[in-house]
Design a protein around this ligand. Structure first.
Ligand code: NAP
Length: 255
């Protein structure tokens, strides 16, 4: 893999498992020093750090709940102590519980909004302060097809992803004067550990048949797009949402 991110320092939130894990590995393989953030998946985060170090890369795991500004501030302080700078932020951490509309309580709404949208905003604000000091940077928000098309029982989650798309455009405008590019990647259905572990009805082949390109997505489909947006190859792209969904969002599903 070309070392297009050599010497860059990247934070990937929620990187102890799922899509974030693959993004962390890919950025490290591209030469970045990676902070593998986690909330609960300490073992997963430590395993990824080991994997990166064994391959000759640099990484550290840092615990922080991105829904708490104090925890974000502490993670940024630790990162700067370790590596001296921040060049890349990937806002990947999210929760996506499904709830019937009338069952959404204030606590459920707040926890989803705080993790997905507030976390994205305040991680971006804290990292952008460091990016300004080094003359620029790249922020990549992991959105979702649910930011534009959705399904029943996703009111709070879909709201956060629509919000992330709007925030991506807003931050791109506000931060362009500092040479900070802000873009989003919106995955469609993507196979991660939790589906097969927690949902007995999960069937990736059945889901894949409904996707124009004939299969479910994998974290490996998302990570290279994030790495491209983190690199200088995408220097003239900002404020965009790139959909990675095998064509799902091209199709009208009444059939
Ligand atoms: P996942 O397997 O459920 O992983 C979620 C990650 O977010 C975990 O690493 C988790 O960390 C972290 N996280 C949750 N709350 C956190 C908090 N308060 N502070 C820090 N980290 C927190 O999800 P995924 O499928 O990989 O999704 C990754 C991103 O892709 C999300 O933004 C999701 O919305 C988006 N996406 C996924 C799909 C899909 O089909 N998989 C489709 C579209 C978009 P811990 O394990 O340490 O708690």
């Amino acid at each position: 893999m070309p070392a297009v991110l050599n010497g860059k320092v990247a934070i990937v939130t929620g990187a102890g498992r799922g899509i974030g894990k693959q993004i962390a590995l890919h950025l490290a393989q591209s030469g970045a020093h990676v902070i593998v953030n986690y909330a609960n998946s300490k073992q997963g985060a430590q395993e990824i750090v080991e994997q990166i170090k064994q391959a000759g890369g640099q990484a550290e795991a840092i615990q922080a709940d991105v829904s708490k500004v104090e925890a974000i501030t502490d993670m940024i302080r630790q990162t700067v102590e370790l590596y001296g700078r921040i060049d890349i932020l990937v806002n990947n951490a999210a929760i996506d519980p499904m709830n019937d509309f009338f069952d959404v309580t204030e606590a459920i709404w707040d926890s989803i909004l705080d993790t997905n949208l507030k976390g994205t905003f305040f991680c971006s604000q804290a990292c952008a302060k460091e990016m300004v000091k080094v003359g620029g940077g790249k922020i990549i928000n992991i959105s979702s097809v649910h930011g534009s098309l959705t399904m029943p029982r996703y009111a709070a989650y879909a709201s956060t992803k629509g919000g992330i798309n709007a925030l991506t455009r807003q931050l791109a405008l506000d931060l362009s004067q500092y040479n900070i590019n802000v873009n989003a990647v919106a995955p469609g259905a993507t196979e991660v550990e939790k589906f097969s572990l927690t949902d007995p009805t999960h069937d990736k082949d059945r889901i894949g048949k409904q996707i124009p390109l004939g299969r479910i997505g994998y974290p490996q489909d998302v990570a290279p797009i994030v790495a491209f947006l983190a690199s200088e190859e995408s220097a003239f792209i900002t404020g965009q949402v790139i959909t990675v969904d095998g064509g799902s969002s091209t199709r009208f599903f009444l059939q």
